[in-house]
Design a protein around this ligand. Sequence first.
Ligand SMILES: [Zn+2]
Length: 317
Amino acid sequence: MTCSRQRLAAGLCLLLALPFFLLACGGGSLVPAATPAPASTEAARPTAVSGDTGASPTSRPPASPTQPPPSPTPARGLQFDPPQVSQGGVAVVYLYEDAASATATFGGRQYPMLRDGNRWWAIIGVGALANTGLAPVSVAYTPAGGGEPRSVVQSITITDREFPVEHVELSPETASLLAPDIVQAELAKRAAIFSGYTLQRMWTGPFQAPSSGMLTDHYGVGRSYNNGPVTDYHRGTDFAGEIGAPVYAAATGRVVFTGELKVRGNTVIIDHGAGVFTAYHHLSAIDVQEGELVTAGRQIGAIGSTGLVTGPHLHWE
Ligand SMILES: [Zn+2]
């Protein structure tokens, strides 16, 4: 992370770090960095290897009496799109196996996979503060014809990405909202919401901007409060706007939360399926109900200044 001093802009939100991946939009992009590709093609498939186990001769460990017998796990491997992922980015994991079900595990979090023709896919997210280098992605799956569950492990390379740092001055009253008990309660509430997983992709095409307002703060910007160390980073994208300006659903999905959060203010969270959620914060009005199915572009609320903010804006995760 680089450290460049920035002036505190009006309408900044002071959101705390979350151990979750949401839709991470950096660099001004409003489109997810990776979306599942359409139907698979032969060209995109991994090179076929011979043998019942599918193991490549070059990847087979040398025989040794002290080692356990070779694993029956096929080594056809996983594919990542993109092949490398930067800090704060997302990647699609593909498994090419005839499976009845499959679940990817990355960074301690499980991602149930969805079938697309002859392959399975899931979107994984990398935090802006994630360690760079190789990180293991494992996929456990049940063969379609039955039999013992199998697993494949392959590492993805996480590359470094430079993020600026904002120095934020907080008044004692404002800082009190960042007290650990308040923050932890909000984290727990969100954790419960994001623990839901819909095994269906509900969106089509790129996500839309949730507001016509100007982008004022990007994902991944480091945060130093009252000249303290950088312990946090901005987990969303901020849009400027007047109180009452419309906020739209970025993509089709189901509303899984509406309500007030102490730090994030009035909030709408939409589940788009496949582990992808979008969250809309600091709203002045909420126009949808929990359980409601919303289509892309539908107005779901209005820009406000509820929660911990320095002025009206939309914080979108
Ligand atoms: Zn924000």
